[in-house]
Design a protein around this ligand. Structure first.
Ligand code: HEM
Length: 252
């Protein structure tokens, strides 16, 4: 199909019964917080979402403490002034830059996109026409597959390939072979406390799983409901079939 070569990865949330691996999503959040959040926003996610069912499973107290680490610009107050205060669970993650201009100024003119929906935005890269998007959600792991591929796809440019100033070679990038994001992950850069490998590979898997959750926060509920609906339809179809047989059995 279209786009870069995307290799399938084994995700816990793949398939009709897949569910998030909570410790993995928590580690992925840690990677986002300690690495990605210096350039990328997560503007559609509230702190309290991190404690909701189907998510990473933080406790409400953990979320309160986390929110309080952030400074939120609020206002205007009674005098029409903006003011700063500590974050609360209902706040959204603050953006790392005041505005797009400031973001570009810090990134060689490139804009680090908001990551809230990135796993979804990059899910449909295999040439599905829009009207089969619903079917394509069966392939929604394409999104995190792509993110993982991007984060692990940096290497030396091959002989003879010019890499422009401020660009980095990565053949897994969706539009071209170089992009303005320097390799963000390094072995040992994030301190895991659960014994998981502290490698680029593991960080990339974990943050991609986390971003799948931010993009699809109701994935678990949706899959459970989907299973119930399919079970009901099969039973109902069987019931209709036998009813039809019974009703028509007296016609000869
Ligand atoms: C682009 C993820 C860390 C700066 C992107 C894209 C993704 C991404 C998915 C979009 C690629 C596409 O369009 O398909 C991440 C993740 C990070 C991370 C998961 C942490 C592990 C960073 C950091 C910086 C940064 C720390 C700044 C120092 C950028 C920039 C772009 C970008 C400037 C735009 C690149 C271009 O369009 O040429 N990032 N990023 N990223 N990121 Fe990051």
């Amino acid at each position: 199909g279209d786009g870069p070569h995307v290799e399938k990865q084994p995700w816990s949330f793949a398939g009709p019964f897949g569910q998030f691996d909570k410790p993995q999503v928590q580690r992925g959040f840690q990677v986002y917080k300690e690495v990605c959040s210096s350039c990328h926003g997560l503007s559609l996610v509230s702190f309290r979402n991190l404690a909701e069912a189907g998510g990473p499973g933080f406790s409400p107290d953990e979320v309160k403490a986390l929110a309080a680490e952030y400074t939120i610009e609020d206002g205007p107050d009674g005098e029409g002034e903006m003011f700063e205060r500590d974050g609360k669970p209902f706040d959204k993650f603050p953006s790392p830059f005041a505005n797009e201009q400031a973001a570009r100024a810090s990134n060689n003119g490139a804009y680090p996109p908001d990551l809230s929906l990135m796993a979804k935005a990059r899910a449909v890269t295999r040439g599905f026409p829009w009207f089969v998007l619903d079917i394509a959600t069966m392939y929604q792991e394409n999104g995190p597959d792509y993110l993982y591929g991007l984060l692990t796809g940096y290497h030396e440019a091959p002989e003879g390939v010019e890499v422009p100033e401020g660009q980095y070679y990565n053949p897994n990038f969706i539009s071209g072979t170089t992009l303005a994001m320097a390799p963000p992950l390094f072995d040992e850069a994030v301190e895991y406390t659960d014994g998981s490998p502290m490698t680029v590979d593991q960080y990339a898997r974990d943050v991609s799983a986390f971003l799948m959750w931010t993009a699809e926060p109701h994935l678990e509920a949706r899959k459970q409901i989907g299973f119930g609906v399919m079970a009901f339809l099969i039973l109902f179809a069987a019931l209709l079939y036998f009813t039809k047989r019974k009703i028509w059995s007296k016609v000869d």
